[in-house]
Design a protein around this ligand. Sequence first.
Ligand code: SF4
Length: 164
Amino acid sequence: MKNSHMKWSWIFMVLFLTLSIIDFRFGILGFICMGAPIYHALRGRGKIHCAKYCPRGSLLARFLEGISLGKTMPKFMKTKKFKNALLIFMLSVFSLGMYHTGGDPAKIAFTMFRFMTSSLIVGIIMGVLFKPRSWCAVCPMGYGTVLIDKQMKKKNPKVVFNTK
Ligand code: SF4
């Protein structure tokens, strides 16, 4: 974590969890966390969010460093098939959850909080078993960002994207 933002951006994740536990309506803030990597990718900045800002990635690196068993991740988890399947699964769970809110803002916030928390728990379990930021190797948001970035580069092959 050479970059200064990643040294402290975990604070946002802790703040998000704390506020949402006090009042789950703060769960609505999860849209920022989900939207930020997509926003950067659409602006042609590639995976800059993952490299410099992501509060989740920062939290995993910051707190799991000392307790991670550091085992090697199974190969199948690094395959495109697995990442695609996880992306589709997570999008389906998210969409279904949102559909069941019936548009109620409080339910939307709670669904977002539940979604964010459950994926963080999976990320923590992976971080304890494997390397601290193993979640980042399969994270649907990170993977989605890569897919968007590839499309952007295909569409604008001559443009030099700023990812610094
Ligand atoms: S891969 Fe996911 S968790 Fe990791 S830094 Fe990127 S958006 Fe954050």
